[in-house]
Design a protein around this ligand. Structure first.
Ligand SMILES: *[C@@H]1O[C@H](CO)[C@@H](O)[C@H](O)[C@H]1NC(C)=O
Length: 403
């Protein structure tokens, strides 16, 4: 009996130790955040183990979450939901049931997951699409682009590009009664990366006549040149997206060869010949003082040139939209950016906001100073956070007023 209770106490202590994580003071619902983080960490450990044993790729294990959260395309009284494909790329499309004389607005949505994970059918994305339909009476096209490690850059971008081009054809817009002058592209995390990349691409494509009205970027990934910005340094172990995982996502976007991962982890994957690009991500000039904190800006540490030769995508603006030159940023549509304080990607967002404003692009920037990466998706049980609902409300309100 005694040994049983000793065992029980011991297990409780170990479990508490495993779950406990020091969090910044202003993070709300701390215990739930810790549970969430422990769940992610456990899955990550399972992925590491499976990879070590050679039974599965790390991302195949991480895909479990995407699968668990899968929902079927279910229509209801507000919306008709259909899984179909545009230009052979699977999409989930949400059409409002409310009849109206006027043409509808449309939101093209690109899910996140580091180009490796996620799906339009995941419960949180499905919910967000339904909320968008309900509040905006808009058509939502949610893209299921192909993922790494099976497919690398530029497949993800190309899939998104093909869907967007297909949707923007007048015949498609007519079919869904969409107003060509009121279309937004939006996405979170790696989806925000793809949204920014496609918006830039369309701006410079003379063949596309329809112009996007808005790009809405939710804690987007925007550059892989410098993976050691102040936000990478400060938030490397924050919940959901660690620096190691983000670097893993970046490297998997280009290759499964672990050499690139190692080089990116030490931030030595760019050769000195590309030094001129650093001005586009110079956080010493592009970040507000408050975020620079006491960080000292050093000259970049260069690596050997084999990586960019083998994987030219590293320097491609379709993968790193922040590397687009100033002149080409001019003329981008109204841009909405969400950043979170405790997110390795925070500074990507801030630097993009600075550069867009310098180029004369109209930007609305909502920065949330008490939360972390991925929060937008944490709006369904078992991980349902008040701040997630607040951010989704503000995002949809803004979109409703501006699209
Ligand atoms: C970044 O900005 C700082 C401060 O303005 C400057 O001293 C440094 O040379 C810049 N570095 C690069 C690579 O542009």
């Amino acid at each position: 009996m005694a040994s049983k209770s000793v065992f029980f106490v011991l297990m409780t202590v170990l479990l508490a130790y495993y779950i406990y994580k020091p969090l910044p003071n202003n993070v709300e619902e701390k215990f739930k955040v810790m549970l969430l983080d422990a769940t992610f960490r456990t899955l990550g450990h399972a992925g590491d183990l499976a990879e070590l044993l050679g039974v599965k790729h790390y991302m195949d294990v991480m895909m479990l979450l995407t699968k668990v959260e899968h929902t079927e395309p279910v229509s209801d009284e507000y919306v008709t939901v259909t899984d179909t494909s545009f230009s052979n790329v699977p999409v989930r499309i949400y059409v409002p049931k409310l009849q109206s004389e006027a043409l509808r607005r449309a939101v093209i949505y690109i899910h996140g997951g580091g180009w490796c994970l996620g799906s339009a059918s995941m419960k949180p994305y499905d919910l967000l699409s339904r909320q968008t339909v309900k509040q905006l009476n808009a058509v939502v096209v949610s893209i299921n682009y192909r993922l790494a490690p099976k497919f690398h850059f530029p497949t993800q971008f190309d899939d998104v590009h093909n869907v967007v081009k297909f949707f923007l054809q007048q015949s498609t817009l007519d079919k869904y009664s969409v107003d060509a002058s009121r279309i937004a592209v939006s996405g979170d995390s790696a989806g925000g990366n793809l949204a920014a990349a496609i918006t830039q691409e369309l701006l410079h494509d003379p063949e596309v006549k329809v112009k996007l009205k808005i790009q809405a970027l939710i804690y987007p990934v925007l550059q892989s040149l410098d993976l050691n910005t102040p936000s990478y340094r400060e938030n490397g172990n924050m919940p959901v997206l660690s620096r190691t995982l983000m670097v893993r996502f970046w490297s998997e976007y280009f290759t499964t060869d672990r050499k690139l991962f190692e080089a990116m982890l030490s931030n030595r994957h760019i050769p000195p010949q590309e030094a001129h690009l650093y001005k586009f991500v110079n956080w010493s000039t592009l970040l507000p003082k408050s975020l620079k904190n006491n960080h000292v800006y050093h000259k970049p540490e260069y690596g050997d040139s084999s990586f960019v030769k083998k994987y030219p995508g590293i320097l491609d603006t379709r993968a790193s939209p922040l590397l687009l030159e100033d002149e080409k940023l001019k003329g981008l549509p109204l841009t909405y950016v969400i950043t979170c304080m405790y997110d390795v990607l925070r500074d990507d967002g801030f630097m993009f906001v600075s550069r867009l404003r310098q180029a004369g692009v109209e930007v609305v920037h909502h920065h949330y100073d008490s939360t972390f990466h991925g929060i937008l998706l944490l709006n369904t049980l078992p991980f349902d956070f008040a701040i997630a609902h607040h951010i989704v409300d503000e995002y949809l309100k803004w979109l409703g007023n501006n699209l």
